[in-house]
Structure formats: C-alpha cells, structure tokens
Design a protein around this ligand. Sequence first.
Ligand code: NDP
Ligand code: GUE
Length: 291
Amino acid sequence: MTATLIDGKAFAATLRARIATEVAQMKDHGITPGLAVVLVGEDPASQVYVRSKGKMTREVGMNSYEHRLPAETDQDSLLNLITRLNNDPAVNGILVQLPLPKHLDESLVINAIDPAKDVDGFHIQNVGLLATGQKAMVPCTPLGCLMLLRDRLGSLSGKRAVIIGRSNIVGKPMAQLLLRDSATVTIAHSRTENLPALCREADILVAAVGRPKMVKADWIKPGATVIDVGINRTDDGLVGDVDFAAAREVAGAITPVPGGVGPMTIACLLANTLTATARSNGLPDPDGLTP
Ligand SMILES: NC(=O)C1=CN([C@@H]2O[C@H](COP(=O)(O)OP(=O)(O)OC[C@H]3O[C@@H](n4cnc5c(N)ncnc54)[C@H](OP(=O)(O)O)[C@@H]3O)[C@@H](O)[C@H]2O)C=CC1
Ligand SMILES: Nc1nc(=O)c2c([nH]1)NC[C@@H]1CN(c3ccc(C(=O)N[C@@H](CCC(=O)O)C(=O)O)cc3)C=[N+]21
C-alpha cells in the first residue's frame, strides 16, 4: 500500500490564509504585526529562506523588517541591533537566522532577544516554559510538525514516537511537544545503538538529522506516520533524511521534501508573530495557532 502524502505546502497555505484574516482584523484596530529578521553573512541557503520569509510576511499583511549585516559584524554591533529591535514597538517578533558566523556567540545573541518577541522560541526562558508545560513561544519547525501529526492522527496519546536528532531547534522541542500530547517519546542521536530496530517500534517517526535518505524503508513500521524534517541539497536536488520513494511503500503517511515540513516552518513563524502581537496588546491568543 502506498502511503498518504502529508501535504505540508497546502496545509501551510491554509494556515497563512487564516493568519491573513486575523491580521486584517488587527489592522482594523490599528495594530499591524511586525517581524524583524536578522541575517549575518552571505550563506546562500540562509538568503533564500530570509527572502521567502519576507515575502510571506508581507503576503499575510504584516510588516517585514530585514536587517542584513556583513559576515564580519562584531558581537556588540549585533547585540546593539537586538536591543534596538527589543525597544521598537513596531517590532513584535525577532528572528536571528542561524547558524551565525563562528566568531559570534549564538546563545548569548539568542538570549539577548526579548522573550516576548522570540518567535523562534529559542530563548532559555521559552525553552524552560515549554519544558514545564507553561505558556511559551514554541519553536516553529516542531510546532509545524505537531500540527501535521494532529491533523493526520487526531489524538497522539499513548502513541510511540521516535525522534532522530537532539538539536535545540528541532529534536528537543519536538520531544517536549509530543510528550505534552501524551505520546511515549524516545530521542535518538548519533550514539544510539541499533537505530533501525528502535525506529521500527515507532507509530510516529520524526527524522531531523541532516543526512540524505538515511532512514530506509525497512526502518519503518508498516502504517507509521513519518515526518521528514531534513533539508539536504544533493546532486539529485533537495532531499530529506528519509529514503522517500521506498519509505512510501511501507509508511501509512509521509511528508515529502520539498513541500512538507519546510513550508509549515515559515507559516508557524507567522503564527508565532501573530501570537506575540496579540499577547503584547493584551488580546487573547488567536485560535489554533498555539499548542
Ligand atoms: N524543514 C525545516 O523547516 C527545517 C529543516 N531543518 C533540517 O533538519 C535537519 C536537522 O537540523 P538540526 O536539528 O538543526 O541539525 P543538527 O546538526 O543540529 O542535529 C542533527 C542531529 O542528528 C543526529 N545525527 C547525526 N548523524 C546521525 C546518525 N548517523 N544517526 C543518528 N543520529 C544522527 C545528531 O546527533 P548528535 O547530537 O549525537 O551529534 C544530532 O542530534 C537538517 O537537515 C536541517 O537542514 C532544520 C530546521 C528547520
Ligand atoms: N533562527 C532560525 N530559525 C529557523 O527556523 C531556521 C534557521 N534559523 N536556520 C535555518 C533553518 C532551516 N529552516 C527552513 C525554513 C524553511 C524551509 C522551506 O521552506 N523549505 C522548502 C524548500 C525551500 C528550498 O527550495 O530550499 C520546502 O521544504 O518545501 C526549509 C528550512 C528554518 N530554519
């Protein structure tokens, strides 16, 4: 049986349309959400993402502020910019594109962002709030994966989830969100023993590794839901961490790359910007955009 395709691109388009409606209502009350994106250096992939984020931000009616800084920018100049954005009432969300050039201290920079404007959900305060089940800003990629999983499966309670990857931006927050939905969660990584057998136990398999086609068809439990976060540029074009063509014949449902998780990440960034704007104006959280 061939797996159902989880169409992240279409889901994200619907989500952005809903966000646009909410933005229009806010504008009627004199509030226009604003998202500032900071890019240091000229990494080509990062430039593509930043351009795409700016375009979609404007499409939903928000203000987009792009700050492009040279690769040799020093830490103090970057921290000064963040302070300015923290204090700017027109800016509701701040995203510093990662990775930063090596001479900059990533944690220091991220933790300089006002947690209320931290639409990436990477600030230690938001990480702690999420881990303790309190109201937080939630990282965009895991939030997007959660929306796709709930849409496909309904309740995740009691399901066995295996996440491959333990990064602060994907693997760990993904585990927190699945745990909050009462899945039984295992996090695997480069030191995990017998990864294929572990994966075969998963009803939900999330791959966030950065290795093209690493997850093979015989690692997948028949009927499982497979979420492929990987973005790998190869000679065959853009591919995920899952050997998609073969995995499709075993899984129950699977996200493609491109057109799966990636577009959800950007839609959730806009969702978080809307949520941050609502909270800073004392309005209730918009429906269905927070976990
Ligand atoms: N679609 C989207 O919106 C997004 C996509 N991505 C993509 O997702 C992927 C992961 O990103 P990110 O989390 O930042 O990556 P990191 O490089 O920070 O983390 C990769 C993780 O994979 C683990 N790993 C590496 N090799 C193996 C292996 N052979 N077996 C098992 N585990 C392994 C590492 O283990 P260890 O910790 O032991 O080293 C690590 O925990 C990348 O392709 C990235 O481009 C990222 C963000 C958003
Ligand atoms: N502070 C910060 N926050 C991030 O959220 C962040 C980051 N830094 N650094 C890089 C990663 C990666 N990431 C992606 C976003 C969109 C797509 C996306 O839209 N992908 C399209 C394809 C785009 C293409 O063709 O390259 C798709 O999968 O269909 C992919 C990856 C966000 N990240």
